[in-house]
Ligand binder design. Sequence first.
Ligand code: SF4
Length: 58
Amino acid sequence: MKVTWDESVCIHAGKCVQGAPEVFKVEDGKFVIDTSASSEDKIADVVSECPSGALKIE
Ligand code: SF4
């Protein structure tokens, strides 16, 4: 599973980092997505709650 993030679309609502902090996090000032840190179902749930559509599953 691969999740992409479009910085120009993100409205920084924080749903992703609140919903799955083990997957969506900021490291050294950069937003990273570690899809190995949770189940695909959980990640898909969080992606579906992104209000801006910045997150996409490929
Ligand atoms: S949930 Fe979507 S809009 Fe909110 S911070 Fe994450 S990527 Fe950005």
